[in-house]
Design a protein around this ligand. Structure first.
Ligand code: SAM
Length: 294
């Protein structure tokens, strides 16, 4: 009798890589997980149960996919690298609740695929060890598309996870924190050592959990304007709001007008962007939007 050994061990991973003569593509962010404890932690933090449908991005040779298949109802996994398709067909053969989609996640119609693969009433969660070179574009695309995904539990670079979950008055707080937290409640749930990957990446990693908000935490008149206003406030981090905004509005408003609009919503123009809460950014962006649109 052969004892089934999980994919996420250094020895089984090496065996699979050798069998297929697989060479890692750095350009695709291929750092595979070889530690079953980390996988347990990811699954536990994601809150996966047998009622849940899961979307995975980048199954690799199937280390995380296998654990998801064991704990979830069904897994839909997007893999861009054609060379991995025969490998996955082999390593995931014991599981009948996995579908691999050979597509670039940035180009895929994820909404359509969710509708086609999961019943409308089913909870769908996203769990992934993301390719680090496109962490932010992937997450921002999926959040902006307002997909029916309840939560995102992702392994990403520590520095990016810190920025996404940062609170006001911290070094990591910026436009990315606000963009992510407009759509979700964000929390770094665990730091992860490099040693759990093969090959080891150059950067430290964290597991980030994003829980999708049903409604945004603030009401904004115009979302695109709100986000560009925030970016303007962080254009030069060390500059005051008044100075960053004077640059942003140079064709429309003078500094005194900027100070006065900020005062109307109770914000001192000598503050820096990093001290403003999302509520303050919304109040300020709405006030400027209304003035400019008059
Ligand atoms: N899930 C596996 C694991 O944890 O061992 C592999 C994770 S590895 C960090 C990232 C995976 O994403 C690779 O398999 C890579 O080929 C795939 N990938 C890279 N860019 C992608 C894209 N645009 N769309 C879908 N998959 C992508």
């Amino acid at each position: 009798m052969t004892v089934h050994k999980y994919i996420a061990t250094p020895s089984r991973t090496k065996e699979i890589l050798n069998k297929y003569n697989f060479s890692f593509k750095k350009s695709l962010g291929q750092n595979f997980l070889v530690d079953s404890n980390i996988l347990e932690n990811i699954i536990r933090h994601a809150g996966i149960t047998k009622d849940v449908g899961v979307i995975e991005i980048g199954p690799g040779i199937g280390a995380l996919t296998e654990q998801l298949a064991i704990h979830a109802k069904k897994v839909l996994a997007f893999e861009i690298d054609q060379r991995l398709l025969p490998v996955l067909a082999d390593t995931l053969r014991p599981y009948n609740n996995i579908e691999i989609v050979h597509q670039d996640i940035l180009k895929a119609d994820v909404k359509e695929l969710i509708a086609a693969h999961f019943p409308a009433e089913e909870t769908v969660q996203l769990v992934a060890n993301l390719p680090y070179y496109i962490t932010t574009p992937i997450l921002m695309k999926l959040l902006k598309d307002r997909l029916p995904i309840e939560s995102f539990t992702v392994m990403i670079q520590k520095e990016v996870a810190d920025r996404m979950a940062a609170r006001p008055n911290s070094k990591s707080y910026g436009s990315l924190s606000l963009a992510v937290q407009y759509y979700t409640e964000a929390e770094v749930v665990m730091h992860v050592p490099k040693s759990v990957f093969m090959p080891q990446p150059n950067v430290d990693s964290s597991i980030l959990k994003l829980v999708t908000r049903k409604v945004p935490p603030v009401e904004v008149d115009n979302e695109a304007y709100f986000f560009s206003f925030i970016q303007a406030c962080f254009a030069q981090r060390r500059k005051t709001l008044r100075n960053n905004l004077a640059n942003f509005f140079r064709a429309n408003l003078i500094k005194d007008e900027i100070t006065s609009i900020l005062n109307q919503v109770g914000i001192d123009g000598t503050r820096r962007g990093e001290s403003l809460s999302i509520e303050e950014f919304a109040a300020a962006a709405n006030a400027f939007y209304r003035t400019i649109s008059e």
